[in-house]
Design a protein around this ligand. Sequence first.
Ligand code: HEC
Ligand code: HEC
Length: 318
Amino acid sequence: MMSEEKVSAESIIIIVVPVLLGLLVIAGTFVLGKASNTESEVMPEVTAEYGERLLRDTVSLLGPDQPDANMRYTGNRLDCASCHLDTGNEPGTLSLLQSASRYPRFMGRENEERDLKDRINGCMQRSMNGRSFARDSIELAAMETYILDLGLKHAAMSEAKTVAVEPPAFIEPQRRADIAVGQIVYEQHCQICHGENGEGLKESTDISHGYLFPPLWGPDSYNNGAGMTRVLTAARFIKARMPLGDETLTDDEAYDVSAYMNSKPRPVKSNLELDYPDLTLKPVDSPYPPYADSFSQEQHRLGPFDPIREYYESLSSN
Ligand code: HEC
Ligand code: HEC
């Protein structure tokens, strides 16, 4: 009996010790994991960290599914980083590295000087189809702080790092963009990620998680007053940044696919006719009227744009 008990006591030690050690390891990982989790949760304070999170996880922090109704700011389910890739960290198209140095500045759309906070609110109302933050909001100040920090980071970068790793800049074809050809480009190069109907690919069945591949049109996309609705703005972005990981489109393909994408339905912003109080400052590819010229809306949407530019140049040289 005694020896049997002794044996079982030994075996208990043999079994229990590794199990305890294992539990310790698991508990340790859990505690450490917890700690790093709370770290990545970032408090709603005016810090660059919170600002970066707002740009990256916009859908979950500010989206239409936010449990706290006061925090529902965006009307679609894009993140700022859907367009400002890598939360604006990469040099190149729609980078935010140098934005701090560009503001305040005069903006034709409002016909007045606008600062960085105004500019962020501009993307909130249009690209995000949402509402503006109050001037003194923590969220707006945190995003501003983040972008100011990017400016400092850019200033400290070595010259080699400030060069964008992108194809040559988009050169505008001197013709009307072709929506039908754009559809073919879409089917061949974009549909696999952005979906047959531009609806994107959801991150999970729970829509509050947003998208893995963001939608290009429809209710969860940018509205008809956004910069991305301008065919030249979109083509510059698409040539430089899409298809993600294989940026090989020609200028013609980028031009036509932009026209196709922007021929599709999307949320509508009211009062667009009030943009550009001085209509002579309206970009040639602004897709919505009124205009200070007699070119058709069609030509402002699709080009060719040089005849429109020449018209305005002839006005100013008279
Ligand atoms: C649908 C694409 C899209 C989304 C989403 C988007 N933006 Fe933008 N953003 C643009 C475009 C296009 C411009 C203007 C570029 C131009 O003037 O040609 C711009 C410009 C800006 C600028 C000015 C950059 C500069 O250097 O002049 C800031 C700052 C900015 N966005 C911040 C944000 C923030 C913050 C969010 C999220 C709340 C956001 N954007 C969401 C497309 C987008
Ligand atoms: C491999 C997948 C993939 C392909 C292919 C692809 N995209 Fe994207 N696209 C993305 C992702 C992902 C984003 C968001 C950026 C991010 O999360 O880093 C994006 C963002 C965009 C955006 C800005 C955000 C929005 O939803 O409006 C536009 C516009 C866009 N893509 C257009 C295109 C076009 C046009 C093509 C085809 C020429 C294309 N993309 C091909 C993955 C892809």
